[in-house]
Design a protein around this ligand. Structure first.
Ligand code: GAF
Length: 386
């Protein structure tokens, strides 16, 4: 059963009436352009078919009641909270995400209470943006219940970012929310985070006999425990020393001169961000020219840069990437913030089984949990289901 139908059925069981509406939002992978978003740079994500759905109805007592329903139908309810009393720090765990969105939207005049029932199939803790799928679906649901327009997607992305930064406490950028809200089927989203100009670039790997495999290493990660924030702070310090608003403003042709003006510990961060932005632009050029099979070296260079310069990879990600390459992937890299989570590999369709076998074997040899492997097809962004 789809997450939308599961959420709707559970809502009816729990509240005795059908929901007023169901909204859902997808997880994402980022083809390339990692840790560039909070440097005002470029990203190139696409939406996964995996989604989080929210079945919702308004309440007239100003309370927010949130429940999640698992695959097995088991329901978990968070303690009800008054929307008027929501404050950062008041909710923890998974319920902080819907509460954070309600808190942000309260500041926009969306003050009513609601019953929300959530169901999803975006793998959690896998670096595939399950938390943003949840937040985006909740944002659309609360706006929908309040009869507020939901057409200014960049604005909604900024509200969701505020929920994540100021309520949940994860200092993340704008990549994930924007991907979840703005991606479209069969395309990657080429987003300039500074101007918020976005272009849909056709991406049909199958047409080229290729596919994007996702390897969820099951090494879970978090962006609230300091590693992510430390790198973000390092980038901001480097930009300030260089006298530019953001690292986006350092051109790759000026990189060596810029590095020479920085303290040693900041150089690898800057080298990653500046070269990664360039790799996004090069990737877009290849895609627009229909030269998809040539993306491999850019994916490999991105991974090396994230591993060696940005230092956000993990042994599980490196092993997944190396095994995929050894079995015939054209290129592979970690995706998302890192420290665990998932890798992607661009694979000729006829090498799918070899790649999967080799990755499974490499993990088994090390005694690691068996990873989850699936083919990622660019899918639709967030919206109302019924
Ligand atoms: C995480 C963050 F949420 C994004 O904003 C982005 O910085 C990404 O890591 C790295 O590209 O997913």
């Amino acid at each position: 059963m789809s997450p939308a139908r599961r959420a709707s059925a559970a809502f009816t069981r729990l509240h005795g009436v059908a929901p007023a509406g169901v909204w859902s939002a997808p997880g994402r992978v980022n083809l390339i352009g990692e840790h560039t978003d909070y440097n005002d740079g470029f990203v190139l994500p696409f939406a996964l078919p995996h989604r989080t759905a929210v079945a919702a109805s308004p309440r007239d007592d100003g309370m927010l009641h949130v429940a999640t329903v698992g695959d097995d139908g088991a329901v978990q309810q968070a303690s009800p909270v008054a929307v008027a009393e929501l404050e950062p720090g008041a909710s923890t765990g998974w319920s902080a995400y819907p509460a954070g969105v309600a808190w942000v939207l309260r500041g926009q005049g969306v003050t009513g209470g609601a019953n929300l029932v959530i169901a999803g199939d975006v793998p959690a803790g896998a670096g595939l943006s399950s938390s943003h799928a949840l937040e985006c679906a909740v944002a659309l649901a609360l706006l929908g219940l309040a009869d507020r327009p939901a057409d200014d997607l960049p604005q909604i992305a900024r509200w969701v970012q505020r929920a994540e930064n100021d309520f949940v406490g994860a200092p993340t950028g704008l990549l994930d929310q924007t991907a979840s809200l703005c991606c479209t089927e069969a395309h990657v989203l080429f987003l300039d985070v500074r101007s918020f100009k976005a272009g849909q670039v056709p991406f049909d790997a199958a047409e080229h006999g290729l596919e994007v495999l996702v390897v969820d290493t099951r090494a879970s990660h978090s962006h609230t425990d300091g590693g992510y924030g430390a790198r973000r702070a390092g980038c901001e310090r480097a930009a300030s020393i260089l006298g530019v608003p953001a690292l986006r403003d350092v051109d790759v042709s000026e990189l060596d001169g810029a590095l020479a003006r920085l303290p040693e510990e900041l150089r690898p961060l800057v080298r990653h961000v500046v070269t990664e932005n360039e790799r996004v632009l090069d990737s877009v050029e290849l895609l627009r020219a229909g030269r998809l099979a040539e993306l491999g070296p850019l994916l490999d260079a991105s991974h090396a840069s994230l591993r060696d310069d940005y230092e956000v990879s993990a042994p599980e990600l490196d092993v997944a990437v190396d095994a995929a390459k050894a079995a015939g992937a054209l290129g592979a890299r970690m995706v998302g913030g890192g420290f665990g989570g998932s890798a992607i590999a661009l694979v000729p369709v006829d090498r799918h089984d070899d790649v999967a076998r080799r990755v499974f074997a490499a993990f088994a040899r090390r005694g690691w949990t068996t990873p989850r492997i699936f083919t990622a097809v660019p899918s639709a962004g967030a919206g109302r289901d019924n």
